[in-house]
Design a protein around this ligand. Structure first.
Ligand SMILES: Cc1cc2nc3c(=O)[nH]c(=O)nc-3n(C[C@H](O)[C@H](O)[C@H](O)COP(=O)(O)OP(=O)(O)OC[C@H]3O[C@@H](n4cnc5c(N)ncnc54)[C@H](O)[C@@H]3O)c2cc1C
Length: 247
């Protein structure tokens, strides 16, 4: 059974009008594996709201960090969007989920593919030494609609500089041209070889792929990868593609 602790918002950082990072201080530190999520909850009179959110911070960091997109007609995310420093928020315990690197089999390359807020679990993973110790090449791919949705770029570029030749970052922007970014949808960019070309690497049997975010992207990318000989990774039948759906 999940327990709840009361945290305090220390910052609500706006990347743009819709995308924000909610930073929360909790009364006691808790352990989690990079890639896991918690539920955030708000009580309004008799009404209680709660939803799942991935932890973006590394397990070693004391302030919890959540990257959230305001869904305009959504029930919960607009309420999170309105929170300000000093306000209370409920955080479920313990953190849960299997979208973690210890569920990913061995391989030469690790492809961390996300849409929108789905980059969150990868940021937590990349703040630990685990991916760098396990994989020769790591590709972080972030697909968004507009360039100003490319959150955490400064942090990512610091990691790229700290792991030259090992970590690469490839933004993908679908609705406008942006310097250094590919344009289009992930499944199409895999299918026509543009993603592999941009990263100078091959999606073959030695690749491990993680997919996180929009379920349409995950469904279509899974199909394109299966057609290339990269099956879904299941506990009972290890494969190459590990997924986390956000809705
Ligand atoms: C394991 C897990 C981890 C998650 N982690 C995150 C996270 O780190 N950040 C985050 O923003 N959301 C995350 N979500 C989604 C989150 O739980 C909520 O569904 C989301 O915030 C919308 O809630 P809502 O009440 O505002 O919308 P609802 O009234 O519940 O409406 C849901 C609809 O909103 C849309 N939607 C849901 N999530 C998103 C999103 N992230 N971006 C764009 N559209 C969306 C979909 O169309 C969905 O059908 C996660 C979900 C799961 C299952």
């Amino acid at each position: 059974m999940a327990q709840w602790m009361t945290g305090e918002v220390v910052e609500n950082y706006a990347w743009n009008n819709e995308l924000f990072s909610l930073r929360v201080k909790v009364p006691e530190p808790f352990e989690f594996i990079a890639g896991q999520f918690v539920r955030l909850g708000l009580q309004e009179g008799e009404q209680r709201f709660q939803r799942a959110y991935s932890l973006v911070n590394g397990p070693q960091e004391p302030i919890l960090d959540f990257l959230v997109n305001r869904v305009h007609d959504g029930e919960f995310s607009p309420r999170l969007h309105d929170l300000r420093a000093g306000q209370a928020i409920q955080v479920s315990q313990p953190p849960t989920g299997f979208f973690t690197l210890n569920e990913v089999p061995e391989g030469d390359s690790l492809w961390l593919i996300s849409t929108g807020t789905g980059i969150g679990p990868y940021l937590s993973m990349l703040s630990t030494m685990i991916p760098y110790e396990r994989f020769k090449r790591i590709h972080l791919i972030h697909a968004v609609r507009y360039a100003d949705d490319l959150a955490y770029q400064a942090q990512i570029l610091d990691w790229v500089a700290a792991h030259p030749g090992q970590l690469a970052y490839q933004p993908v922007v679908s609705r406008e041209d942006s310097a250094g970014a590919l344009r289009g949808r992930i499944p199409a960019l895999i299918l026509d070889g543009q993603l592999e070309k941009a990263l100078g690497d091959t999606l073959d049997a030695n690749a491990q792929v993680m997919l996180c975010g929009n379920p349409d992207m995950i469904r279509d990318a899974k199909q394109v990868l299966a057609d290339k000989g990269l099956p879904k990774n299941l506990r009972r039948k290890p494969g190459n593609v590990t997924v986390e759906h956000y809705w």
